[in-house]
Ligand binder design. Structure first.
Ligand code: C2O
Ligand code: CU
Length: 650
């Protein structure tokens, strides 16, 4: 069973037939499964049985989904990327294949993906003048970007290069080698120093010049108790301006860290919420965060009992590595402005190949943070049982069994995993890639780490506690009262879309071809050249307030402190190239009330929510913290390409 909370966050209506007597809404979860919910009315005959079926586009495999009647029926999930949907009128409920008349048929939008015809091919096969303009490669200083496996590219795509100057940090000075991070356990009133500085890091045998906090990867893990206050004396030793944003912490507005710091600044932090938070720069995140500037903050609830044998705090990132060097960043403007920079090396706490040894029966509490520029992860431990406990800023109303966790950039989840069998259990990222050019889905599985389970049993066995699903103690149990906002009309709506200009001709044409279908979540960088070559000069990601017509930084909503605000996020289906957006609000917390109109049955406080392409997500904002704050997409390249705005809480 998939978790109700998580996969639904990646859901979206894939097929919807209405009006008329029929409404079929098929929502997709985070693992390529479609959850059909059928609403029917006016079915005329009572002497027949109506049966729903799913079939492959070739109709060579037919799956019986169940019987349907007037009213609402939820059918079994469809595990096909592309499918036809049928309802037939049958004499018996027990038919194994359709025999009666087809009364309704539909196709998932993904069936409309076709390989290009010869004309499109010839367009791509020839190098257009455009591509050559952008492609003064040999002299441009851009190395070739590696292509993900399984993706087809045309010669004219291969010739594309970003029209900005390549940038990587460099120095003649000898640099220290970075070390793995330390834990800073801080008391109320403590003062700590944090320095941004250049380091050398060796990853898979290659040494790179990167950034660090205090010479560590990730930055130091700051551990504090809820309710405490600390000071961070920050010094910037980099040649560029930077800042530290304390992601998810409802701190004083003046210390939010969106303002650039060229040499030093002291941040005063207070921690009103228990949870797993993180810190990162708020200037050119596409460069600075990717090069290693990120760390976690674990805020503990004093006196809380944790039913696990050990805790593992994992910061996940993907780094884009070329032949012997990192792929440079855009100096004047980010590269990868369309989809964000997908990396090809998975890092867990700054290193590839995470390892953990446990004893048989151990329960491990994992705190997962996605610090990637753009990659949404779908993590699992195949063979081990996993329980979802908490989101960004607090526990779920009740724990649920899950077999995967979908984590958009900047999101966090806490899971408990029990390792019951001796041997090895992998931590994998398992997704469906989409070859846009050929309209073909393919599986992608990456192993991020391995847990070795020894045959000796753990002495302190949390098995019994683990086996039951719990509800958190107060104050967290009190979320149900917010459900009264479910039926309320949204106070504000925000449309997520994009505008492009001056993209190379081949990119324009291929994207038009592509826009026939969007995967709700673009899991991998499967348009690598076109994406790479697009810069913030050609792509503008847009937050649009339909009420005022204003966009991005021209928006500054004003809210009254203490009055919850219902905000509807609409990821426009008609956009030229839709994509999921992890939307983050500074200084506040919110609940995800509903996704595509389906009420969320397991609430938790969050500060970042993934809005899949074509989806509508309703959130309820707890406007408790006064100040002028940012709302933005956490895909670093989308943020740099305009996708940010303000709101003020008075
Ligand atoms: Cu984690 Cu404004 O960001
Ligand atoms: Cu975005």
């Amino acid at each position: 069973m998939a978790a109700p909370g998580i996969p639904r966050a990646a859901g979206r209506v894939e097929l919807s037939i209405s009006p008329g007597p029929f409404t079929v809404s098929i929502t997709r979860d985070g693992r390529s499964r479609f959850l059909p919910i059928v609403f029917l009315s006016g079915l005329p005959r009572t002497d027949v049985v109506y049966v729903a079926w799913a079939a492959t586009p070739q109709m060579d495999t037919l799956i019986r989904l169940g019987t349907v009647r007037n009213g609402r029926t939820t059918l079994r999930p469809i595990v096909l990327e592309k499918f036809n949907f049928l309802i037939t009128a049958e004499r018996s409920a027990r038919v194994r294949e359709p025999q009666g008349r087809v009364i309704l048929r539909g196709q998932s939008p993904s069936t409309r993906l076709f390989p290009p015809d010869l004309l499109e091919f010839s367009l791509g096969a020839a190098r257009s003048a455009d591509a050559i303009d952008h492609g003064e490669h040999e002299s441009s200083g851009w190395p070739m970007v590696p292509a993900p496996p399984g993706v087809t590219m045309l010669p004219s795509e291969m010739a594309l290069r970003p029209a900005v100057t390549p940038f990587l940090p460099a120095t003649d000075m000898p640099l220290p080698h970075a070390e793995s991070n330390e834990v800073l356990r801080l008391q109320d009133g403590d003062i700590v120093d944090l320095d941004a500085e250049l380091v050398r890091r060796t990853i898979n045998g290659q040494t790179y010049t990167m950034y660090s906090y205090n010479g560590q990867y990730p930055g130091p893990l700051i551990e504090v108790s809820r309710g405490s206050e600390i000071m961070v004396r920050f010094t910037n030793h980099l040649s560029d301006s930077t800042s530290i944003h304390w992601h998810g912490i409802r701190l004083d507005n003046a210390f939010d860290g969106v303002e650039g710091v060229s040499d030093a600044f002291t941040y005063k932090l207070k921690f009103p919420d228990a949870g797993i938070f993180w810190y990162h720069p708020h200037i050119r995140e596409d460069i600075q965060q990717a090069l290693g500037l990120y760390g976690n903050i674990l805020v503990r609830q004093p006196g809380a009992k944790i039913a696990s044998n050990q805790e593992q705090i994992l910061m996940l990132q993907d780094l884009l590595v070329g032949d012997g060097s990192l792929i440079p960043f855009g100096l004047e403007s980010p590269t990868h402005a369309l989809m964000g920079r997908f990396g090809n090396v998975f890092l867990v706490n700054g290193e590839p190949g995470y390892r953990l040894s446990v004893r048989r029966g151990e329960v491990v509490r994992f705190y997962l943070t996605n610090a990637s520029n753009t990659r949404t992860l779908n993590l699992s431990f195949p063979g081990a049982r996993m329980k979802l406990i908490a989101a960004d800023a607090g526990p779920f109303e009740r724990e649920t069994w899950v077999d995967n966790v979908v984590i958009g950039p900047a999101e966090r989840y806490v899971v408990h995993v029990r390792f019951e069998r001796p041997g090895e259990v992998a931590l994998v990222n398992q997704v469906r890639g989409l070859d846009h050019l050929f309209g073909r889905f393919f599986p992608q599985v990456d192993t991020l780490g391995v847990v070795t389970v020894s045959p000796q049993r753990v002495s302190d066995d949390f098995g019994n506690t683990f086996a039951a699903l719990h509800r958190p103690p107060p104050p967290f149990a009190a979320l149900a009262s917010y459900r009264r906002f479910l039926d309320k009309a949204p106070d504000k709506t925000l449309v997520l879309t994009l505008a492009t200009h001056g993209l190379p001709y081949v990119t324009e044409r291929l994207m038009q071809l592509d826009s026939i279908y969007f995967a709700p979540v673009e899991w991998g960088g499967t348009m690598p050249m076109m994406n790479w070559a697009s810069t913030g000069r050609q792509v503008r990601w847009v937050l649009k307030d339909p009420e005022s017509g204003r966009q991005n930084m021209d928006i500054d909503w004003s809210f009254r402190r203490g009055e919850p605000v219902k905000l509807r996020l609409v990821n426009e289906r008609r956009a030229f190239h839709g994509m999921q957006h992890p939307i983050h609000l500074h200084g506040q917390r919110f609940l995800v009330l509903a996704v595509n109109g389906v009420p969320n049955t397991d609430l938790a406080w969050k500060d970042t929510v993934l809005v899949p392409a074509g989806s509508v997500v309703d959130i309820l904002l707890d406007t408790a913290n006064p100040g002028q704050w940012m709302l933005h997409c956490h895909i670093a390249e989308h943020l740099s390409a305009g996708m940010m705005m303000h709101f003020t809480v008075n």
